[in-house]
Write a protein that binds this ligand. Sequence first.
Ligand SMILES: [Zn+2]
Length: 299
Amino acid sequence: MKNIKKTMKIALLVIVILLICLFVNILINKKEITLTQLSPQTGTQMMGYVIKTKNNKLIVIDGGLIDDAENLMKYIEKNNNKVDYWFLTHNHNDHTGAFTEIVNNKNVDVENVYVSLNNKEWYEENEIGRAEFSHYLIETLNNEKIAGKVKSPNVNEKFQIDEIQVEILGIRNPEIVENPGNEQSMVIKFDTGKTTILILGDTGEKSSEKLLESQKEKLKSDIVQMAHHGQAGATKQLYEKVNPTTCLWPTPEWLWNNDAGNGTNTGPWKTMETRKWMNEIGVKKNYIAKDGDCTIKIK
Ligand SMILES: [Zn+2]
């Protein structure tokens, strides 16, 4: 009798330990990486992404226009007003407006900023129409709140953010002066070990060719951000090499439909052509910014 009682006690203890292990395991597995595509708040084209690591590091890529800052702030506030890494693909205000607004006017801690810019004179010489905003961005990067935290990465530079490996596949291309601002886009690859995500910014034709020449072995990715809002950006050859299963389109409704006001496919934009390419490549899933903020779990 005494032995039976002892055996039952041990069995009960084993069951309790197993249940505790199971519970802890569920908790650990609940931690996940998420990627949010931000939606345009004004109807104007913009681009912004938020990645959260399993250990709650917050990574922001671009962020949109000044008027998109409030929407982005919702995600930053949830992270105790802290951005661990902020990547700015290029100087244009549909990418960096929210960054300037938040750094200059909000109480947010930004720990690291990665950006690849030419000097002031380059923008004055090559993109005079946008020079004023470029100056404002450069001024913001010199704001004492973040001045020591701004890094200008090299091509092929790799670093780790928690479980995510980051590799810089492309930086500014000062020799390309056609479509100048877009062609300076920083190209970033995120690798979780199970999933790869390629961020192209507003990469254009010439920088696509450069990437195909210099990075062709590294381009293959599961998820790709469609360059230049999904039209007149990267080439079909580049997307073929990336060969993604999922596309992220930082694209408002009018641009997705190529609609300048007179109905679908009546506008001057090349979105329909890009959509056709991605169908031909066999993409399975499209997330489009016109449909609202969208958070996906990343393996
Ligand atoms: Zn853009």
